[in-house]
Write a protein that binds this ligand. Structure first.
Ligand SMILES: C[S@@+](CC[C@H](N)C(=O)[O-])C[C@H]1O[C@@H](n2cnc3c(N)ncnc32)[C@H](O)[C@@H]1O
Length: 241
C-alpha cells in the first residue's frame, strides 16, 4: 500500500513516520508513506495557497488551483482521495479495515478555515476523526494512517488486534501483567490457571461487561448470539446487585 499525505506542514510528520510501529513498517516495506508539500504546487506569487472567502468572513480558505494540480499529478485509477474534515463521516475501525484493501490512498490535510468547496468535487471520501475542530488535518491524517497501517499484513502480530476494541464490535476485555499481586491489587485467578477454555469465556464475558457499562450503544447496533445473550443477562443481574 502507498499513502500520500498532502500537507502544508510536512515537518509535522517527521517523528510519526520514523518512530515505533509505523517507522518499522516503512523500513520493512510493508507500506510506503510520502508527505507532499501543497505549497510546491501553487502558481501564486509568494507561494500563497489560500485566500479570503467570497461573501466575507473570518480566516483564509485553501484555493482550488494548488490542490487540483497536486491531486491530479499523483492520482491514478487505483487511488482513493480522502479529505480530512470535521464535516466528514466519522472514522471508525470498520472504515480502517476497509481502507487496508486499497492500493493507494491520498490524504488531503486542510488548514486555516478549510477548503474551497469546489475541491470536494475531486475527493472520493470525507473523513472526520470526531466532533471537534483541530487547527489542521495533519493529526487526523496521522490517526487515520496509524490505524490502517497497524492492520496491514505483517505489521503487528495478527492476534494483537484480534481482541482490540471495535475489531469485533465490542470493547476489549481488561488485561493484566506481572506481578500477580501489586500492593494488594490481584489479577483474576482465571487468567493465571492455564485453562484456555475458561480464559476465553472470561475474555468474552468481560468484553461484554465493558461494552454494556461503557458503550451500550454498541450493543444496540449488534445482533447478539444466543451465547452472548445468555452471558449478558448474567452480567445485567450481577451489575444490578
Ligand atoms: C480549523 S479546521 C476548519 C474547520 C472548518 N471551518 C469547519 O468548520 O468545518 C482546519 C482543517 O483541519 C482539519 N480538521 C479539523 N478538525 C478535524 C476533524 N475533527 N477531523 C478531520 N479533520 C479535521 C481539516 O482538514 C480542516 O480543513
Amino acid at each position: 500500500m502507498k499513502i500520500d499525505i498532502i500537507t502544508l506542514f510536512p515537518n509535522m510528520f517527521t517523528g510519526f513516520l520514523n518512530e515505533s510501529i509505523i517507522g518499522r513498517a516503512i523500513k520493512e516495506n510493508k507500506v510506503e508513506i510520502n508527505t507532499i508539500n501543497l505549497r510546491d504546487f501553487t502558481k501564486e506569487k509568494h507561494g500563497h495557497v489560500d485566500d479570503t472567502p467570497f461573501g466575507g468572513g473570518a480566516g483564509m480558505i485553501l484555493m482550488c488551483q494548488p490542490v487540483f494540480d497536486c491531486i491530479n499529478s499523483i492520482r491514478t485509477s487505483d487511488s482513493m482521495v480522502i479529505m480530512m474534515t470535521p464535516q466528514g463521516c466519522q472514522f471508525k475501525q470498520s472504515i480502517a479495515k476497509e481502507l487496508t484493501l486499497k492500493n493507494h490512498l491520498i490524504l488531503l490535510c486542510g488548514h486555516y478555515e478549510g477548503f474551497d468547496e469546489r475541491i470536494r468535487s475531486i475527493v472520493d471520501l470525507e473523513l472526520s476523526i470526531g466532533d471537534y475542530v483541530l487547527t489542521g488535518g495533519e493529526i487526523p491524517a496521522m490517526a487515520i494512517t496509524d490505524s490502517i497501517v497497524r492492520l496491514l499484513d505483517g505489521v503487528i502480530e495478527d492476534d494483537s488486534h484480534e481482541y482490540d476494541s471495535y475489531s469485533n464490535w465490542m470493547l476489549e476485555h481488561p488485561q493484566y501483567t506481572k506481578p500477580r499481586n501489586y500492593n494488594g491489587l490481584e489479577v483474576p485467578e482465571v487468567l493465571c490457571n492455564g485453562n484456555h477454555k475458561e480464559i476465553e469465556k472470561y475474555k468474552l464475558k468481560e468484553s461484554l461487561r465493558r461494552t454494556y457499562l461503557r458503550r451500550p450503544d454498541l450493543l444496540e447496533n449488534h445482533k447478539l448470539s444466543d451465547e452472548e445473550k445468555l452471558i449478558l443477562d448474567g452480567i445485567i443481574k450481577e451489575e444490578k446487585c
